[in-house]
Ligand binder design. Sequence first.
Ligand SMILES: [Zn+2]
Length: 349
Amino acid sequence: MKAIIYHEFGDIDVLRYEDVPVPEINDDEVLIRVRSVSLNHLDHLQRRVPILPGFSLPHIPGMDVAGDVERVGGRVERVHPGDRVVINPSINCQRCVRCVKGQDNYCVSLKVLGGNIDGGFAEFVKAPATHVYRLPDHLSYDVAACMPTVYVTAWHALVDRARLRVGEDVLIHAAGSGVSMAAIQIAKLCGARVIATAGTEYKVERAKQLGADVAINYTRDDFLDVVRQVTNGKGVEVVLDHVGPATWEKSVLSLAARGRLVYCGTTTGTRASIDLPQTYHWGITFIGSDGFTLAEFEDVFALFVQGKFQPVIDTILPLERAAEAQRRMAERKIFGKVILHPDGSDRPL
Ligand SMILES: [Zn+2]
């Protein structure tokens, strides 16, 4: 089968479009013909350096996969050949002490499809049947491939970790990113007022179309000033920050008394400082947002089935143009998700 694979770390030119063996499945696994796979930041971050524990080369990226069941193992009853499916890429064992306690995001043998095992930048991918979900007819492959990583990550941050409530104000940075695109829709579903930031007028307009009540072009306006203005000096109850040092200090200052800063990414670096009195005088809570659980994946999938979310698909390209897709994403020229099709098409599936 054809796959995008890299044998060494480096720039985009280490990506190869090569023939590799079709994965072999065991009795509990499913072989899936990939119809649509979406890109995530981890794909190109990990092309340069290993990030997830247990990562090894060569590697096929691609965490978010929708496709057709090609073959099932002898003990699999959950899905059948021909079923349209989406994969939960956070693969836990469902047996260890942490899994049994509901902390399966800390499973002792956690694997991430396309993260530290081979993923879906390929014609076929395999996954345990326990992590394969049938798609209803009305949910397209492309929409399903947008869901797993960004929507469930944003859900975990805002709903589980930050406990966002009806009527609260939430500041969401980098509206054009996949996680923020999802977060805006989730925050609206929660009944919050959304203030989003973005770096171009085009992205500001897209953020508003997506449901942001206020969208700030941070290259033109100071987002802290705007937050204070639109909240009449109160500040926001919640900030979702996956940007890091570039926004951190003003994110803290944007918070209302007893505000919560939930964070789940570091696209501008890994070190930030805080002014201790500022944070304790205002009762600020810092909330690290870890990996999502299987139950959360199922909750978000159910909302997709109900049509609650409409992901924005920026670009669809044939799989063999994965390098071009990664470049567009790295240059931040996109709003929403970038999709690859192994069948070579660039039309919605
Ligand atoms: Zn486990």
